[in-house]
Design a protein around this ligand. Structure first.
Ligand code: AMP
Ligand code: ZN
Ligand code: FE
Ligand code: FE
Length: 278
């Protein structure tokens, strides 16, 4: 069987491989198609597209937007596929999300400093380079400075929802984000539904609401999903006429997951492409 991977991060957000490197790695893994889905940025598209052409791999310009989950617990990420970077609506959302990251990061660092942890914003900016800065960059500095054993240790101790320096940031409402993805010519897909942390009844209700807002697809295959979860989400996708998608959520060395690890059939890429072309 031929496979694809429709959820990849690069150094444009919190991955560790350059956008131009993703197609090279995908080719080495025998994948036929990839999507770049960096958090809240389109900055990796051009370099990734050029490298995909060079390596003869099918390419989807994508994004992963940070959405307000509307509840204290849970993470809501919205994937957008086939994004045209000229959409005013989407670029305005990206600007808002960039601002909310820029105002949150110093607050996290301040909290860490108050707890006696020695870390500066300059160190984080230096490590992140051109990227949209996220908690994984702060985590990497904490590991480098010996304040955490690993990225996930830094999240449990300091940065995660139960961590001592956790700081919320403003996110976007789905009613605004779904139409913005579509304004950019894209398909809107609910990422890793497990991370919403909703019970089965509440999750189905949420999916129904999102479908009414125009949701196009549901990420069924993801490393956080158990085989049972995958089956449940596959059924929900069928019930609500949503395109099932999947990917590894590869972040390079910042996570242990390998590119291509979800064995997403190329047919999923083909179905997305077909629906997008209609
Ligand atoms: P941010 O976008 O700054 O809110 O950071 C969120 C990102 O941190 C997510 O996209 C994940 O890639 C990463 N992340 C969240 N929780 C963990 C964790 N427990 N261990 C490692 N990475 C995490
Ligand atoms: Zn990430
Ligand atoms: Fe995500
Ligand atoms: Fe992701």
């Amino acid at each position: 069987m031929t496979y694809c991977d429709l959820h990849l991060h690069s150094t444009a957000s919190d991955g560790t491989d350059a956008p131009s490197q993703l197609p090279v790695l995908a080719k080495a893994r025998g994948l036929a198609a990839i999507a770049i889905t960096d958090h809240d940025t389109l900055a990796g598209h051009d370099a990734c597209r050029a490298a995909a052409e060079e390596n003869q791999i099918a390419f989807i310009p994508g994004i992963e937007l940070s959405i307000d989950p509307g509840q204290p617990r849970g993470t809501f990420h919205l994937l957008g596929y086939f994004i045209n970077d000229q959409s005013k609506a989407l670029n305005s959302i990206i600007d808002q999300l960039t601002q909310s990251r820029l105002s949150r990061n110093p607050r996290i660092i301040e909290k860490l400093n108050q707890q006696g942890i020695d870390i500066t914003e300059a160190e984080v900016l230096d490590l992140a380079g051109e990227a949209t800065i996220g908690r994984p960059h702060i985590a990497a500095v904490l590991v480098d400075n010996g304040h955490a054993d690993s990225i996930s240790d830094a999240f449990s101790k300091y940065l995660g929802a139960r961590g001592s320096a956790y700081t919320r940031r403003d996110k976007i409402q789905p009613e605004e984000a779904i139409p913005a993805v579509q304004d950019a010519g894209g398909l809107a897909v609910l990422a890793h539904p497990i991370q919403l942390k909703l019970d089965p009844h509440a999750l189905e209700h949420k999916i129904k609401q999102l479908k009414e807002m125009g949701l196009d697809g549901l990420e069924v295959m993801h490393p956080d999903h158990s085989p049972d979860d995958t089956l449940t989400y596959q059924r929900l996708a069928e019930k609500y006429d949503l395109i099932p998608t999947g990917g590894s959520d590869y972040h390079g060395t910042r996570k242990t997951i390998k590119m291509g690890s979800q064995n997403v059939p190329l047919a999923i890429y083909e179905r997305l492409t077909h629906i997008h072309a209609k």
